[in-house]
Design a binder for this molecule. Structure first.
Ligand code: ARG
Length: 485
């Protein structure tokens, strides 16, 4: 189809009224000179992408302008043609922005819709735009331009999110809650430390996207349909105009692989996975049984039947939406795996999942940046929970080790003490010195500094530890890294 005569007037029925001829292709597709019958309406809908790829209109025009500029620079089209193309495209951009542009399903996709309108507006100069180009390298270029813009927005949102987490962390360097393993009380941690764990995850997500961007930011144009073109094109010039770091070095690869989109979807799936874990905790923390936090009302909804309910809908939905973003990654991998070189129409299916992944990540980030600032922390409830479940048992064992007791013996001794406390219904810190000494004679008065929650967290002051002073330093480090607003 590529390279066929576009906009051949013979595709129009002789009886087509002039107004419809202007609308172009009410009777046939742009490439249909060699076809003897039109496709059915269902096939037309099945094969068209204009319903969803119109969102690439702006980058499609950007790519076309760079292509036209290059064609003029190498003398394939005249400077007058280039100027006409620029004028026409400016008007089309305006029509799209103001909602006046008429998108036609008959014209299949965003590329043909725009090109057809250009021809309507400027005639022959518009018909010359597609010289040395194919929709195959055009669409690959458009997706890369579009995705590059999305990546930049998402990296910026990740910065804001990490900043919000670090700001809240800085307010809670001394707030203690139980840290869990297996969802059983393990050891006390500071809430600031817990929040900064997510700042780390989202920091890696930003790194991943920055790395993915390098491979997104390469220019396919010039590959044409698959084999390159016989025109004396200047790909470097186009790359420079469009801000690409380099050109794709193999035409077959340039039009066919979507690995850069798969990478993005993998990074998006990880971002959502991190959100999903955080959301699970927010939901749990907000349950009245736990009561560690409250979320601002604007992120929650009530129940139509149970008046007492305040449901954490936003985190629940973030957790749920993770499923579809993970699904898009699988869809794209599966889309790619059976395709022979070079371009196949299968690739048109790359867009909806990719768009939805980016939209979902953007929306989730935007909402969470706002929501985190409004988390109401119930420090008393956190503290009360940390005092249950013998969270400082490890500290008692470590204390004995420091007094010369082998760790395994210390572990055994503390297990006895915990059992004794369970029977009595008290905490380790509630035992008297004499009672503690009954478990091990080397226990002395200084044990009480160790068995408190504050003593436990303060002792973990190495890099990566939960001590308030360390958390303060880490929060400040994240704030420094994310400075910008
Ligand atoms: N809409 C198509 C896509 O999204 C554009 C490329 C079509 N190329 C072709 N030869 N049919 O992939």
């Amino acid at each position: 189809m590529e390279g066929g005569v576009l906009y051949n007037s013979s595709t129009m029925s002789k009886n087509t009224p002039p107004s419809e001829q202007n609308q172009f292709a009410n009777k046939a597709q742009a490439w249909s000179a060699r076809f003897s019958e039109p496709v059915s309406d269902l096939v037309k809908r099945y094969t068209a992408s204009v319903g969803f790829d119109q969102r690439m209109a702006r980058v499609d025009i950007q790519g076309s302008l760079a292509h036209a500029d290059m064609l003029a620079a190498v003398g394939v089209i005249s400077l007058d043609d280039k100027a006409a193309i620029e004028g026409g495209m400016a008007q089309i951009l305006e029509e799209i922005a103001t909602g006046q542009f008429t998108w036609s399903l008959d014209l299949e996709d965003v590329h043909l819709n725009i090109e057809k309108r250009l021809v309507e507006l400027i005639g022959d100069a518009g018909k010359r735009l597609h010289t040395g180009r194919s929709r195959n390298d055009q669409v690959a270029t458009d997706i890369r331009l579009w995705l590059r813009g999305e990546i930049d927005v998402i990296i910026e949102l990740l910065r804001q999110l990490r900043r919000a987490l670090a700001q809240l962390a800085l307010q809670h360097t001394d707030t203690i809650l139980p840290g869990f393993t297996h969802l059983q009380v393990a050891q006390p941690v500071t809430f600031g430390h817990h929040l900064l764990a997510y700042a780390e995850m989202f920091g890696r997500d930003a790194e991943r996207l920055a790395d993915c961007r390098k491979r997104v930011n390469r220019l396919p144009l010039g590959a044409a349909a698959l084999a390159g073109t016989s025109y004396p094109i200047d790909r470097e010039r186009v790359a420079q105009t469009l801000g690409f770091d380099e050109v794709c070095r193999n035409s077959l690869d340039a039009v066919s692989d979507r690995d850069f989109a798969i990478e993005f979807c993998a990074a998006a799936a990880l971002i959502m996975t991190h959100f999903s874990r955080f959301s699970e905790e927010l939901v749990l923390w907000m349950s009245p049984r736990v009561g560690f936090i409250d979320l601002a009302d604007r992120f929650c909804t009530g129940s139509s039947i149970m008046p007492q309910k305040k449901n954490p809908d936003v985190p629940e939905l973030a957790r749920g939406k993770t499923g579809r973003v993970n699904g898009h990654l699988m869809a794209l991998l599966t889309l790619m795996k059976g395709q022979p070189l070079a371009y196949n129409k299968d690739n048109q299916e790359d867009k909806e999942g990719l768009f939805d992944s980016a939209d979902t990540v953007r929306d989730t980030l935007t909402i969470f940046v706002d929501m985190i600032g409004g988390i109401k922390v119930k420090a008393e409830a956190m503290r009360a929970a940390a005092l249950q479940g013998f969270a400082t048992a490890t500290d008692l064992a470590d204390y004995l080790v420091k007094k010369g007791v082998p760790f395994r013996d210390a572990h055994e001794t503390v297990a006895h003490a915990v059992r004794n406390c369970e029977e009595k219904g008290c905490d380790l810190a509630d035992l008297t010195l004499a009672e503690l000494q009954a478990f091990h004679p080397s226990i002395e008065q200084d044990i009480f500094g160790v068995l408190t929650l504050e003593g436990s967290v303060a002792a973990r002051k190495h890099v990566g530890g939960t001590a308030p002073e360390r958390v303060k330093a880490e929060a400040r480090r994240v704030l420094d890294q994310t400075e910008g607003d």
